[in-house]
Design a binder for this molecule. Sequence first.
Ligand code: GLN
Length: 502
Amino acid sequence: MSDLTRRTAAELAELLRSREVSSVEVTQAHLDRMAAVEGAVGAFLHTNTEEALAAAAEVDARRSAGEDLPELAGVPIAVKDVVVTKGQVTTAASKILEGWVPPYDATLVRKLREAGLPILGKTNMDEFAMGSSTEHSAFGPTRNPWDLERIPGGSGGGSAAAVAAFEAPLAIGTDTGGSIRQPAAVTGTVGAKPTYGGVSRYGLIAMASSLDQAGPVSRTVLDSALLHEVIGGHDPLDSTSLTDPVGGLAEAARSRDLAGVRVGIVSELGGEGYQPGVRASFEHAVELLRSAGAEIVEVSCPSFDYALAAYYLIMPAEASSNLAKFDGMRFGLRVEPESGPVTAETVMAATRGAGFGDEVKRRIILGTHALSAGYYDAYYGSAQKVRTLIQRDFAAAFADADVLVSPTSPTTAFRFGEKLDDPLAMYLNDIATIPANLAGVPGLSLPSGLSDDGLPVGFQILAPAREDARMYRVGGVLERLLTAEWGGPLLDRAPELEVSSR
Ligand code: GLN
């Protein structure tokens, strides 16, 4: 039954509902696949074999007892290690949290458990979700299943690689500037950042609170929509949570036509700096949308040119304050100074010095500087004004188009080390994904094909706030047209991973 790992979540849900397979079988098949390929891929930081099988057995028992279960009940899932899980180690890939066991579940984890999704384990990521390659993990990188010498994107490279390597049919990611969508793009998977406030942030280890959103990672648009419906909805524990539900997502993902849908190409996202093979793949997908009845228009969002600069002030400013709680007293690591007095301040300095990696320190310094007296107006204040301009650009563009589209990432997966010593080159990966976070609008990435280097390309669809269903509709139709051309899912073309018996 090892081919169970090749099924989509929607297909598995159907097999489970008709009782052709049990959740224990499905979960075990994925655990076996993990055992076989983890040595090569390294998508997980921690695995939960026993808990996952116990949760699966419970779902099977409830189904046998004739209970009416939620749609995805019994389908296993991987969760990014920045999301807290009660009783299960959560580190955000940082030494400062090594071995930390949270006393509570994030709201979205509670929802996954209530909906009966067994949690296979916690996935690797850049430390505190800072990065675009997963190379900033304190516990070693994750490799891209398409080419093990290349990065799986970041910060959620573990979640994307787990899904691309058929270790999990579904995963949870978080997206502050692109960490769901860019890894999806470079691994040939699907990922969505919901409207800000659509999924509770309670229990996410915060990076930049005004930008962070958790969302689905999967191999099909429908699977992302189904998972999005499980984790979304109002949460009184998150004061920024939307009160009205954002619904109709799975139904939208099943749409078959785009008649009357206006698709706007953002002229600022796609020119210089975008790999030619990425552009060609993007243009081909746009032609398919046109053939499906969409009206293609060109829109301009001039302030997007300043989005990256604004993001790299607002994000570190918020991150520097969010990370102040890692003080050596409350969570995880505690290091005493090698010499001199042991005071709160010296312990804090020694702990943070030893516990945080270089990229995290860089951002704390950037953020503290941007917020300091004398610089606040020049940096943070200006960045907030740019944020307003970006929101206005979106509003104007959405007056002319129902959705906006662009390549998700300017390049395909790069090699390990290629950008590690050049933070600015690393930051440029997020040029097309960041505007959505600054404006709080939803964004979806799905594969549009392979570039001339044989690596997957991501196609991004953005919708107005609360109109998440639109991106699933356009994405669902495009995916159907593309897979018909390819004669099957794009991931069928990924090289077979060498399977090891451990
Ligand atoms: N790669 C971006 C960064 O380094 C985005 C991170 C994220 O979305 N968590 O900040």
